[in-house]
Design a protein around this ligand. Structure first.
Ligand SMILES: [Zn+2]
Length: 124
Protein backbone atom coordinates (compact mmCIF):
# COMPACT_ATOMS: atom_id res chain seq x y z
CA UNK A 1 0.00 0.00 0.00
CA UNK A 2 2.77 2.44 0.86
CA UNK A 3 4.31 1.96 -2.56
CA UNK A 4 1.03 3.02 -4.16
CA UNK A 5 0.86 6.00 -1.82
CA UNK A 6 4.41 6.95 -2.74
CA UNK A 7 3.34 7.03 -6.38
CA UNK A 8 0.74 9.59 -5.40
CA UNK A 9 3.63 11.87 -4.42
CA UNK A 10 4.67 12.18 -8.07
CA UNK A 11 2.24 15.05 -8.86
CA UNK A 12 3.52 16.90 -5.78
CA UNK A 13 7.09 16.51 -7.00
CA UNK A 14 6.10 17.62 -10.50
CA UNK A 15 4.58 20.76 -9.00
CA UNK A 16 7.79 21.67 -7.20
CA UNK A 17 7.43 19.77 -3.96
CA UNK A 18 10.12 17.63 -2.41
CA UNK A 19 10.39 14.10 -1.11
CA UNK A 20 13.03 12.18 0.74
CA UNK A 21 13.33 8.94 2.59
CA UNK A 22 13.82 9.22 6.34
CA UNK A 23 14.10 5.85 8.02
CA UNK A 24 11.12 3.75 7.01
CA UNK A 25 9.14 6.78 5.85
CA UNK A 26 8.96 8.92 2.76
CA UNK A 27 8.53 12.56 3.71
CA UNK A 28 6.77 14.65 1.08
CA UNK A 29 6.66 18.45 1.31
CA UNK A 30 4.12 20.12 -0.93
CA UNK A 31 5.65 23.61 -0.74
CA UNK A 32 9.37 23.61 -0.01
CA UNK A 33 9.50 27.35 0.61
CA UNK A 34 6.39 27.58 2.75
CA UNK A 35 2.69 27.47 1.97
CA UNK A 36 1.66 30.53 -0.06
CA UNK A 37 -0.52 32.94 1.89
CA UNK A 38 -3.55 32.48 -0.38
CA UNK A 39 -3.16 28.76 -1.02
CA UNK A 40 -6.31 26.67 -0.65
CA UNK A 41 -4.16 24.22 1.31
CA UNK A 42 -4.32 26.61 4.27
CA UNK A 43 -7.99 25.65 4.66
CA UNK A 44 -7.11 22.04 5.40
CA UNK A 45 -7.61 21.03 9.05
CA UNK A 46 -4.10 19.60 9.25
CA UNK A 47 -0.58 20.69 8.38
CA UNK A 48 0.70 17.15 7.87
CA UNK A 49 -0.82 13.73 7.42
CA UNK A 50 0.64 10.25 7.48
CA UNK A 51 -0.67 7.49 5.26
CA UNK A 52 1.24 4.31 5.92
CA UNK A 53 4.89 5.07 5.33
CA UNK A 54 4.21 8.34 3.52
CA UNK A 55 4.18 11.62 5.44
CA UNK A 56 2.76 14.56 3.51
CA UNK A 57 3.38 18.02 4.95
CA UNK A 58 2.10 21.26 3.49
CA UNK A 59 5.43 23.00 4.00
CA UNK A 60 8.93 22.45 5.26
CA UNK A 61 8.32 24.38 8.46
CA UNK A 62 5.22 22.30 9.17
CA UNK A 63 7.16 19.10 8.58
CA UNK A 64 9.91 20.20 10.93
CA UNK A 65 7.37 20.96 13.66
CA UNK A 66 5.43 17.72 13.21
CA UNK A 67 8.13 15.25 12.08
CA UNK A 68 8.39 13.37 15.38
CA UNK A 69 4.60 13.15 15.69
CA UNK A 70 4.15 11.86 12.14
CA UNK A 71 6.92 9.29 12.52
CA UNK A 72 5.05 7.88 15.51
CA UNK A 73 2.07 7.39 13.19
CA UNK A 74 4.42 5.53 10.83
CA UNK A 75 5.40 3.23 13.71
CA UNK A 76 1.71 2.75 14.62
CA UNK A 77 1.07 1.75 11.01
CA UNK A 78 4.01 -0.65 11.05
CA UNK A 79 2.67 -2.28 14.22
CA UNK A 80 -0.83 -2.85 12.83
CA UNK A 81 -0.37 -2.89 9.07
CA UNK A 82 -3.49 -2.14 7.09
CA UNK A 83 -5.52 -2.73 10.23
CA UNK A 84 -4.21 0.64 11.38
CA UNK A 85 -6.78 2.45 9.22
CA UNK A 86 -9.93 0.79 10.64
CA UNK A 87 -8.37 0.86 14.12
CA UNK A 88 -7.80 4.61 13.76
CA UNK A 89 -11.42 5.11 12.66
CA UNK A 90 -12.62 2.99 15.58
CA UNK A 91 -10.50 5.02 18.02
CA UNK A 92 -12.17 8.18 16.69
CA UNK A 93 -15.58 6.60 17.24
CA UNK A 94 -14.64 5.60 20.78
CA UNK A 95 -13.47 9.15 21.50
CA UNK A 96 -16.73 10.55 20.13
CA UNK A 97 -18.86 8.14 22.17
CA UNK A 98 -16.96 9.25 25.28
CA UNK A 99 -17.63 12.92 24.50
CA UNK A 100 -14.12 13.71 23.29
CA UNK A 101 -13.04 15.21 20.01
CA UNK A 102 -12.83 12.34 17.50
CA UNK A 103 -9.51 13.75 16.30
CA UNK A 104 -7.66 15.12 19.32
CA UNK A 105 -9.23 12.47 21.55
CA UNK A 106 -8.28 9.60 19.25
CA UNK A 107 -5.99 7.23 21.17
CA UNK A 108 -3.51 7.12 18.28
CA UNK A 109 -3.28 10.93 18.26
CA UNK A 110 -2.97 11.05 22.03
CA UNK A 111 -0.11 8.55 21.89
CA UNK A 112 1.61 10.43 19.05
CA UNK A 113 1.31 13.74 20.92
CA UNK A 114 2.55 12.24 24.15
CA UNK A 115 5.51 10.39 22.64
CA UNK A 116 6.55 13.25 20.36
CA UNK A 117 6.29 15.85 23.08
CA UNK A 118 3.86 17.78 20.88
CA UNK A 119 1.57 19.26 23.48
CA UNK A 120 -0.03 21.64 20.99
CA UNK A 121 -2.22 18.92 19.53
CA UNK A 122 -2.25 16.53 16.64
CA UNK A 123 -1.03 17.37 13.16
CA UNK A 124 -1.95 21.05 13.24
ZN1 LIG B 1 -1.37 12.76 14.41
Amino acid sequence: MSRALAILAIPVLAAGGAARRVGPAIEVVVHRNGVPRHSALRRLPFAAITLGHVIVALGGRELAALRAHEHIHVRQYEALGVLFFPAYAMASLVALVHGRCPYAGNAFEVQACRQSGNASGPDA
